[in-house]
Design a binder for this molecule. Structure first.
Ligand code: FAD
Length: 411
């Protein structure tokens, strides 16, 4: 690591500490007004913080046990886009409540026939005076049922080239003509929805940026990611980490089976590689460089690592991992009580149930799909990092799988 976090008496640290002393249990709005939710944004939303200053603020908030408002899509995606391309009126109306977490946002991008090939989207937005009339359907709208607004991309010009005829909108979820059908995933949680638009009338003021500029805006967020230091959680940075699992096993007396030991050691090595790669990215950011290939491979490796953590946790637990309410902690405790010998543990140290691990085990297959599938991520690395030839275009009107099938049949 070629950088150090500033010392304990750095004036920027002392500022945060003073503020925390005055606001020991800050609300989302208080954090937002202090500029501590998005410190790297300009005033009045942030404090134009440098990457190092952001790390100091993160460090101090974490030390004080203060968490930022949970509004991932609003703060990570919608906000930066509105900041970059929204009108002043849009910024004033939406940004304060996005960063304070008072208004939660969802993302209405994917469609039943447009996922990896998102630019194939078919939801139409037809201009009618000072409104757009929206018709179509979006799918996998995570948390849409608990959101007040969504970012929506829809086709405004069906005759323009695929990427050019798309526009970007802000869409209230309680608007007439919009309905959501729940999709229950295999964790049994209601995480997603299918969203239907039947003659939804959106005022022109809800369009972000110019008509036809939606594809460019949909990618704006990529350049707005916050500096991340410590997201070692196995579920997209949240949830338990490999280290948490190893601590549980260690605290329980360790693993006796040599194959299990091998699996857990491999997990530790993977977590270390990821940690060092995160530090490489951070080091580049802190010295003012654009992170290189290391940033591109992080998501691929982290998604698969999350699956490995959960697979190892399930292996430690055994068949009980399938049962609701089970997890390494609870199951290890039960197993020790029943005298099973593979892992010896001190039963007093573990709670009986551990739904986080059970949920993580069932959720983990989604890690390599959401936010760009494992295959799409590899295509990006192949084309943009390794400079390999671009993959052939999809055949008109066909999905990737159908194109491949038709080519195989044609050969
Ligand atoms: C947990 C989770 C949360 C999500 N939340 C949201 C949300 O809030 N809002 C939203 O709009 N969407 C959301 N999505 C949808 C997500 O963006 C899509 O699932 C993703 O883009 C893949 O699209 P698809 O599901 O249609 O699969 P497809 O694109 O149909 O892919 C099917 C298979 O084909 C492979 N494939 C596709 N294209 C290629 C190619 N060019 N080369 C090689 N292989 C290829 C894929 O890897 C995959 O295995 C979420 C998904 C998940 C899993």
């Amino acid at each position: 690591m070629d950088f150090d976090l500033p010392s304990q008496d750095d004036p920027r640290r002392l500022d945060v500490r003073r503020w925390l002393a005055d606001n020991p249990d800050p609300t989302g709005r208080e954090l937002a007004e202090a500029g501590y939710v998005v410190p790297h944004w300009p005033a009045p939303y942030g404090i134009d913080a440098s990457p190092m200053h952001q790390l100091i603020i993160d460090d101090e908030l974490a030390r004080a046990g203060v968490t930022r408002p949970a509004n991932a899509i609003g703060i990570g995606w919608a906000g930066p886009t509105i900041l970059a391309a929204g009108t002043e009126a849009q910024q004033r109306r939406y940004l304060p409540k996005i960063i304070s977490g008072e208004e939660i946002w969802c993302q209405m991008f994917s469609e039943p026939d447009a996922g990896s090939d998102l630019a194939a989207l078919a939801t139409r937005a037809v201009r009618d005076g000072d409104q757009y009339v929206i018709n179509g359907s979006k799918i996998w709208t995570s948390g849409g049922h608990g959101s007040q607004f969504g970012i929506l991309i829809a086709r405004t010009d069906p005759d323009a080239a695929k990427h050019r005829g798309i526009s970007y909108f802000i869409c209230p979820t309680d608007i007439d003509g919009l309905t959501m059908e729940p999709i229950i995933d295999m964790t049994t949680a209601h995480s997603f929805n299918q969203t239907f638009f039947d003659d939804v009338r959106l005022p022109v003021e809800m369009r972000v940026g110019e008509e036809g500029d939606g594809w460019r805006l949909a990618k704006v967020t990529l350049s707005n990611e916050r500096v991340q230091l410590s997201s070692s959680g196995s579920l997209w940075g949240a949830g338990p980490s490999a280290g948490d699992l190893l601590d549980l096993v260690r605290a329980g007396g360790g693993a006796v089976d040599p194959r299990r030991r091998q699996q857990l050691a491999a997990l530790h090595c993977e977590a270390e590689v990821l940690r060092l790669n995160r530090l490489r990215t951070l080091s580049a950011t802190l010295s003012g460089k654009t992170p290189g290939p290391e940033a591109s491979i992080q998501k691929i490796m982290a998604d698969e690592h999350g699956q490995h953590v959960m697979a190892a946790a399930a292996a430690v637990v055994g068949p009980e991992a399938m049962l609701s309410g089970s997890g390494p902690a609870g199951a290890l405790a039960k197993r020790a009580r029943s005298g099973a010998t593979e892992i010896k543990i001190d039963t007093s140290r573990f709670p009986d149930v551990d739904p986080v691990w059970h949920y993580g085990f069932l959720f983990s297959p989604a890690l390599t799909l959401g936010g760009g599938t494992f295959a799409v991520q590899r295509n990006i690395v192949a084309e943009q990092v390794l400079g390999l030839p671009r993959e052939p275009n999809l055949q008109q009107g066909m999905t990737w799988a159908e194109t491949m099938r038709s080519r195989t049949t044609a050969r």
